[in-house]
Ligand binder design. Sequence first.
Ligand code: HAM
Length: 411
Amino acid sequence: MSDRIQAPRGTFDVLPEDAQARAAFEASAKTILERAGYERIETPTFEATQLFARGVGESTDVVQKEMYTFSEADGESFTLRPEGTAPVCRAYLEHGMHKLPQPVRLWYLSSFFRRERPQKGRYRQFWQIGIEAIGSDDPAVDAESILLLAEVLEAAKTRELRLRLSSLGTPETRAEYRDELQRYLRDNEDRLSPEVRDRIDLNPLRAFDADHPGTQEVMRAAPLLLDRLHDDDREHFETVKQLLDAAGLAYEVDPTLVRGLDYYTRTVFEFTSDALGAQSGVGGGGRYDGLIEQIGGPATPGMGWASGVERILLASTPQPAVAPPVDLYVAYAKPEYKTEAFRLAADARRAGHGARVELGGRSLKGQLKQADRAGARYVAILGDEGTALKDMETGEQRDVETGTVMHHIRR
Ligand code: HAM
């Protein structure tokens, strides 16, 4: 025997026993998002590498270390999508969606790829459900989209949820603040971890994320972007908070909230669940008013979020699974009745019933056991004396014409 081939590290199979809970979650999320006017979009699994390099940002971990990139013979470079916002913005531009009533509201449920160190809740291929509202800078878009993720997570019964909220201002404010923070970090360089020190130039904001005690102490006294916002950004943030208050959604303002992607402007937020352990991020997002320009379009505001489906399911109370009912199980006493049994089951399914017939060559006894296990409502048994129809609820059994089985079960 040759070596058994296994799934790649950091990937997983969705087995039938998990698929029910997943399908229930997906159906509930779809209803919530579509009720709010979001329409489904799906983009390709791979995109031009430049889309992410420019959209997500060269300095991010995602672009620097985590992308699965390959080249075609002509030298063109493609990347398995690590996230969905840049692709959806690309599609918005490519299909002239600026001509539609704004904001254009889109949702997606797709798989994404990041070369991360696998652990519980962190995979190399994972699923996200996400939304993007493109074409309006109204703070009500921010508040509504955050409420929608809260609703999706509540419907899934996600445990121990916390919502953190902040604002990053505009790129100009960020640039000024970045200089200020870099000066501050350089002044305290000797107390920082080597990784943070190495990234002062590239990504000083990540210093707030560090779990190194010395760095954490330095960061406690660091200047905060939230205190440097321009008036219009501050007002935008105040309105978002007021709207969330009005809707009764609890949040914590966390001025150190940093997101791993570079396109954010103004509002950013993240839901975490303490039920998850180390990978506690259930979902997050924010506003990205500069992204569409970054990828070659006109200045267009946008706001959205994405949430990891596996993390939601890990942090949620499983919903009872409801398998589709088996209305009819067709059993046969001898192989010569198999064709007729097969046809009866097919007819029943065509008429909209859940119907099964023996596919594993079992004896009649074995077939009846299967019917019982499947929770069949009726069992038809084809044999030498014609067809017997058993009502599994009442236990009552009677002889019927094979051609009338459907008539009986419909009643
Ligand atoms: P993100 O924070 O990178 O944002 O990912 C969103 C969510 O995807 C995370 O909160 C987490 O639940 C899940 N996730 C991320 N990486 C993994 C992984 N390796 N394994 C399992 N789950 C993972 C974005 O992707 C942005 N596109 C969100 C957004 C939309 N912002 C604006 N619009």
